[in-house]
Design a protein. Structure first.
Length: 129
């Protein structure tokens, strides 16, 4: 599956991506609308694909993720994509983040957070798959 710009995806237990057509069931606040912003406590880094390395592709994947009040990630929206499977790898990495939910008026709430994943050949291992 190729992840497209302005489309929403969800994480599946087998590591594949599911394309979401329905709008979010929870609106989600922006960072400006909450009293305490969601705090990402663990953020895995995505790897390069063999195809992207061969094509010498570099760039930044930008994603918006909806972090729910219950500590789960609801969806990932592609803001800027990079070809050769790098966008999909960034989405899979985003699916594995851990976080503390945002707080508004003393209650945990859902918040949209923007994540940027830079892909630089200089930072990629030539021994990676």
């Amino acid at each position: 599956m190729t992840a497209e710009k302005d489309q929403d995806y969800s994480c599946t237990s087998d590591g594949s991506l599911a394309h979401l057509l329905d709008p979010p069931s929870v609106a989600g606040f922006s960072a400006k609308e909450v009293d305490v912003k969601a705090e990402i406590t663990a953020r895995p880094e995505p790897g390069y694909t063999r195809e992207a390395r061969r094509a010498a592709v570099q760039g930044n994947v930008v994603l918006k993720v909806l972090l729910l009040a219950n500590g789960k990630l609801d969806r990932v929206r592609v803001v800027r994509r990079v070809p050769y499977g790098l966008t999909e790898n960034a989405i899979r990495a985003a699916c594995q983040i851990k976080f503390k939910p945002a707080v508004k008026a003393g209650k945990e709430v859902s918040q949209w957070v923007q994540l940027e994943y830079p892909f630089r050949l200089a930072n990629s291992s030539i021994f990676a798959p």
